[in-house]
Design a protein around this ligand. Structure first.
Ligand code: BGC
Ligand code: NOJ
Length: 808
């Protein structure tokens, strides 16, 4: 069952009912100011950092759900309704929510009032704009009241939800004309405030939540709105909100337009006040003056659309498959951008208070993003590398505001350093910008500790080399990519975090997945070093890729089962082999070791991918392991804490399915690759939105597996490495457009049904119009009319505009 439909021309998903199984959200803001916005106008805003600069409050886990947001109430006589249906739940005569690229539009009809709300964050300004157009479609004159309401958060979202002995005393606002300023803690060390403004003189306001709602009411029935008169309350201790009341008189057919704005301002220390206790509003007033003019609002929205036109123009395809095009041209790239910006910090599953920017997450998110804004990718690489330690290990996360490693989450995830190698190689292959390797980058952000980024890469690889276990395979440490495979924790205390509990590491437990990573990224580094004429480094790393490859072939492959083993535990016992009673096969090493071409001559990769499909495939993709663990095993850790079929214990973990798709392409299994691709790609499973539950336009982290009672139910939508890796699978695997050090490699792995494919790609500032004529003929490529040997378009042979024709 569906709850809406795709509108590809406008690049929107149109939600036709507010009763979606979960709130279906969108993200506004592509620079510093961000908002989450659900299809019923729930959500919250923050500046740069969802934990430390939270502007509006959100109650996760609330009942009923999703009633924190920016809410607009219309009172028409006895009827009170919301433009987005919640929180009042007054049935609407018409409802539509159109989630587009960084904007959302809501349309509601009730009592012959026709309302359209457009929400977005302008490209260059730190504010969310809500433009409201109301038309009176009745035959009578109407006197109605419109209220806009937001609830402020006290900036630190963790303190906001904890420290009530203080919080209930500190709220401060200033009301100036038709703007409400939230200035809690501005009197002391904060140099920032928020404001909520409406473009027309208001007829009343409230800033005290209890007064506005009434003692026992919720946002579904604010007393001030029920009574029809605001209290003009001025909060000065607890629960700051901002509410504007506007009384509107509308003639039949008349349309009125209002602009609400939630803004965020930072002032210099010496410019904080204009007089004692009175905040400096200059910057806010400039913003207000700008967007009080509706023409500027429309212009800013047009700029935003143009911004997206330009970004997406870097990669556009036409394949004859509508759903594939939709993922490729719109939604997969959009999700890559959002995931890149947010890492795993703020979604409807991530509160924004726990996890900052992940090390491995950012490195992987970059893979699906670097073709859009390489400059931002460059910046992120330097930020991430700066939280590495001198021995090559890394913090696991950092806070975006401070850019410092997060000690609470700790370190010791032995895959982390290698992702940096992967990310930097991908950046250079995309941009050709080798100068990044000469950047001086500190360790743990310590001044004076700087070494070149190139050295950081070498140190990363050395970290694996210096941490090999009994089989000569990489030690797993706290965990590898699979955060929940905790082979050294042995945790028996309830509530302990598997991520930070003392690690009882005896340097025995080994990861075959990390072995695959080392061989794959080690080989990429070797090419890089050769390019730079660093022969010693290249020989040295090449030597070790061979050693680890040999050890993997010897000890990392289950020759009875016909696939790669997952790991060795702290007792040196196999995990993920046919000899294990449970967890007999894991997906991760199958994809990565095949991509690393480990045991290629013996055909290990082919066997591994075939057997993965045999044991792991369900309707929605390949499960992460099979069969799931039926009880808690302290020697395996968190993985066995989940009920069978969920999360790392046997769901389809969307993140690693594309590894297998790519591996299938590596093995030239085009039909199987495309089949696997389609099983979890959002656009292809839109029809089961009632089962799937999360948004049908983005990937979720997981889809419950066969062993789950909720088979097919997805969780943790939006912020997941599934986005970037699926984009890599789509663009580099199936379509085969592969950035390489010396140019663009074109090696499509198309299913039979894709006969004519065109791809427009912007690569190193040059345009490529690639058309593939797919008939099964031997591969032949022409660049601007001339035949090219092999499949590489060497950068120096390309013009500003290139026509590439491929027969295959
Ligand atoms: C796990 C969580 C874990 C997190 C850490 C998730 O996939 O299921 O329990 O805390 O990863 O990054
Ligand atoms: C989610 C984390 O963000 C990611 O880093 C990890 O690889 C997966 N969980 C798998 O455990």
């Amino acid at each position: 069952m569906k709850y809406g439909h795709f509108d590809d021309r406008n690049r929107e998903y149109i939600i036709e009912t507010p009763h979606t199984p979960l709130p279906w959200i969108n993200y506004l803001g592509v620079n510093d100011f961000h908002s989450l916005i659900s299809n019923t106008l729930g959500g919250y805003s923050f500046f740069k950092d969802a934990k430390l600069r939270r502007i509006t409050r959100y109650r996760y886990n609330n009942v009923p759900r999703d009633i924190s947001g920016r809410f607009f109430y219309i009172k028409d006589g006895e009827t009170i309704f919301n433009i987005g249906y919640l929180p009042c739940k007054t049935p609407l005569d018409y409802y539509v929510c159109r989630h587009g690229l960084s904007y959302s539009i809501f349309q509601a009809k009730k009592n012959d009032l026709d309302v359209t709300l457009t929400a977005f964050v302008p490209l260059k300004d730190s504010c969310e704009i809500n433009k409201i157009e109301i038309v009176n479609n009745s035959k009578e004159e109407k006197d109605i009241s419109l209220y806009g309401v937001v609830e402020f958060c006290l900036y630190n979202a963790v303190d906001d939800a904890n420290n009530y002995q203080r919080n209930l005393n500190i709220a401060e606002v200033e009301i100036d004309d038709t703007t409400i300023y939230h200035k809690t803690e501005y009197r002391e060390r904060r140099n920032h405030y928020a404001f909520y403004h409406v473009s027309r003189k208001h007829d009343g306001f409230d800033t005290d939540r209890n007064t506005f709602l009434g003692l026992e009411n919720g946002f579904d029935s604010p007393e001030a709105i029920q009574k029809g008169t605001s209290y003009n309350s001025v909060v000065s201790d607890c629960y700051p909100i901002a509410s504007h009341q506007l009384n509107l008189h509308l003639k039949p057919g008349e349309k009125q337009t209002l602009v609400f704005m939630l803004g965020f301002i930072e002032n210099k220390q010496e410019e904080k006040f204009v007089s004692k206790g009175i905040i400096n509003k200059k910057k806010a007033q400039e913003l207000i003056a700008k967007y009080d003019d509706v023409c500027n609002v429309d212009k800013a929205l047009a700029e935003l659309k143009e911004y997206w036109d330009n970004l997406l123009a870097h990669f556009q395809v036409s394949t004859g498959d509508e759903k594939f095009n939709r993922m490729a041209n719109i939604w997969n790239q959009y999700q890559c951008m959002v995931t890149y910006m947010m890492s795993r910090s703020a979604s409807y599953f991530e509160t924004g208070t726990g996890r900052g920017m992940g090390f491995r997450d950012s490195c992987q998110d970059l893979l699906g993003f670097v073709h859009m804004i390489p400059e931002k990718a460059r910046e992120r690489i330097i930020d991430i590398a700066s939280i590495q330690f001198e021995d090559g290990s890394t913090y696991h996360q950092y806070q975006p505001l401070t850019k410092r490693g997060n000690a609470d989450i700790g370190s010791g995830f032995n895959d982390d350093p290698l992702w940096l190698v992967g990310a930097v190689c991908a950046y250079i292959k995309e941009t050709g910008d080798y100068s990044i390797l000469e950047e001086m980058v500190p360790f743990d952000n310590k001044v004076g500790s700087e070494k070149t980024l190139y050295d950081h890469l070498l140190i990363s690889l050395n970290y694996t080399i210096h941490n090999l276990g009994p089989h000569g395979l990489p030690l797993i440490g706290r965990a590898d990519w699979n955060d929940c495979l905790n082979l050294n924790c042995f945790s028996l205390t309830d509530g302990e975090s598997f991520q930070t509990v003392e690690n009882n590491d005896t340097h025995t437990a080994e990861s075959i997945f990390i072995a695959g990573m080392f061989v794959k990224y080690g080989k990429e580094f070797v090419q890089l070093a050769q390019h730079l004429d660093k022969q010693t480094d290249s020989n040295y790393i090449l030597e070790y890729t061979k050693v680890i490859e040999e050890n993997t072939v010897k000890y990392g492959f289950d020759y009875e089962g016909g696939y790669f083993i997952r790991a060795y535990d702290a007792y040196s016992k196999e995990i993920g082999s046919s000899r294990c009673p449970e967890g007999k096969i894991f997906i991760e090493p199958q994809g990565f070791c095949t991509l690393a071409r480990i045991g290629q001559e013996q055909g290990l990769g082919k066997k591994a991918v075939q057997n993965s499909l045999k044991y792991l495939l369900n309707d929605y993709g390949c499960e992460i392991l099979y069969p799931p663990y039926s009880q808690y095993y302290p020697e395996y850790g968190e993985i066995s804490s989940y009920p069978e079929g969920t999360k790392e214990n046997g769901s389809v973990f969307n993140h690693n399915n594309p590894w297998l798709t790519l591996a299938l392409c590596e093995e030239n299994m085009a039909e199987e690759a495309f089949d696997l691709y389609k099983r979890n790609a959002p656009a292809y499973i839109e029809d089961i939105s009632d089962i799937h539950q999360t948004e049908p336009y983005v990937y979720s982290q997981m889809i419950a597996g066969r062993a789950s009672k909720q088979y097919g139910r997805a969780k943790n939508s939006w912020l997941t490495g599934s986005a970037s890796w699926s984009f890599v699978a789509l663009s580099e695997g199936i379509l085969g457009v592969i950035p390489d050090y010396d140019g663009l490699r074109i090696r499509p792995c198309l299913p039979k049904e894709m006969k004519e494919v065109t791809i427009d790609r912007l690569y190193r500032k040059k345009k490529f119009h690639i058309s593939v004529h797919h008939t099964g003929a031997p591969y032949k490529m022409k660049l601007n009319g001339k035949e090219v040997e092999g499949n590489l378009l060497r950068a120096e042979q390309c013009l500003d505009d290139n026509i590439v024709e491929i027969d295959m």
